[in-house]
Design a protein around this ligand. Structure first.
Ligand code: NAD
Length: 343
């Protein structure tokens, strides 16, 4: 098949070429997919897209008009796709349901440990010959309570690792995970979790229900000085509320791998440009905020799995008319309205 592969970087191309083995004709594009860039897919049978591509009704309509027959996402999440529109256009959407939950869980721990023990600041100090410890005070993870929101593949692993550190785990999920219950994780309501946790880590998908899940009202009922970590999707946190929480001390530290307006920032080198997003710029001024640019997934194992599953989706569609991992039809109703909150 001819495949227009949007939002690709050299590292994506390397892993995709290896997994493809020359079978499909992959047309690599730097451009982010949107209604404006959709014509770049002219002549393609399938379009391959990533997390910050914009698959709204207008884009999907344009792609269908060009004769595109499959959308193959290189991500697990599909909150950036108008599934109802895809359904109407009879355009199947395939995704990569699991590539490496370990990658994201381990990055979550990297954020927690760095924020707590301030190794990022210590690194710079020591290189400058400053061996003072003031400002580097951390706390023992052992004996602390960690709240995990969303105990699917990633949340389960985060719980397991934190139990290894000696933490007590509270969890909140619409569907409790028996493997977590077996580890001693206790499920509680959202407010109880935020009221009692020293650390809260978010691992739920972005849906209309979870958009701005962390907001001003919730932060009023939160344990003062808690550490908040988000490696799920940016819009799960109301960023303006988080900034207010940081200023008044409700949030003691904040670790983000995702940001609600990241689509116009992340994955590109902007070091010579002025950041136009004042909310993001404000976040960067806090000494107790650590941000990574949506890199939690970024391990060799994950990139290999993403590339191999994407190729399996394309090949199955070519040979049988159905991708291996089509986004299930029942997701249409729950996700179409979350569009616009890209992460
Ligand atoms: P998963 O589907 O295995 O688990 C998600 C869990 O969230 C499920 O247990 C589900 O029941 C729960 N959930 C759904 N709605 C909820 C709600 N309203 N309140 C509480 N819990 C709710 O997904 P996963 O593989 O563990 O991934 C979790 C999220 O991590 C993904 O949705 C994705 O957005 C994000 N992710 C981020 C990166 C990254 O690089 N930062 C990479 C992969 C995934």
């Amino acid at each position: 098949m001819q495949v227009a592969v949007f939002s690709t970087k050299p590292y994506d191309r390397r892993f995709l070429d290896t997994a493809n083995g020359g079978r499909h004709r992959l047309r690599y594009l730097d451009a982010r997919l949107s209604a404006e860039t959709a014509p770049l897919a002219t002549g393609a049978d399938a379009v391959c897209a990533f997390v910050n591509d914009e698959l709204d009704a207008e884009t999907l309509q344009a792609l269908a008009g060009l004769g595109v027959r499959l959308i193959a996402l290189r991500s697990a999440g599909f909150n950036h796709v108008d599934l109802a529109a895809a359904h109407r256009l009879k355009l199947p959407v395939a995704h990569v349901p699991a590539y490496s939950p370990h990658a994201v869980a381990e990055h979550t721990l990297a954020l927690i440990l760095t924020l707590n023990r301030k190794t990022h600041r210590a690194y710079n100090r020591v290189r400058e010959g400053n061996f003072a410890l003031d400002g580097l005070l951390g706390f023992d993870l052992a004996g602390k309570t960690a709240g995990v929101v969303g105990t699917g593949q990633i949340g389960e692993l985060v719980s397991r690792i934190l139990i290894g550190f000696g933490c007590t785990i509270l969890a909140h999920d619409v569907r409790p995970n028996p493997a977590c219950e077996a580890m001693g994780v206790r499920y509680v309501e959202r407010d109880a979790l935020f009221a009692s946790s020293d650390i809260v880590s978010l691992h739920c998908p972005l849906t209309p229900e979870t958009r701005h899940f962390v907001n001003d009202a919730l932060l009023k009922r939160t344990k003062r000085g808690m550490m908040l970590i988000n490696t799920s999707r940016g819009a799960v946190i109301d960023t303006a509320a988080a900034i207010r929480g940081l200023k008044n001390g409700t949030i003691g530290s904040l670790g983000l791998d995702v940001y609600e307006e990241e689509a116009h920032l992340f994955f590109d080198d902007r070091s010579n440009r002025v950041i136009q997003d004042d909310v993001f710029a404000r976040l960067l001024t806090f000494p107790n905020v650590l941000i990574t640019g949506h890199q939690a997934f970024f391990t060799a194992e994950a990139l290999r799995n993403i590339a191999e599953t994407t190729m399996a989706n394309l090949t199955a569609f070519e040979t049988t008319g159905r991708a291996v991992h089509e986004v299930p039809a029942e997701k249409v109703a729950t996700t179409s309205t979350s569009l616009g909150q890209r992460a």
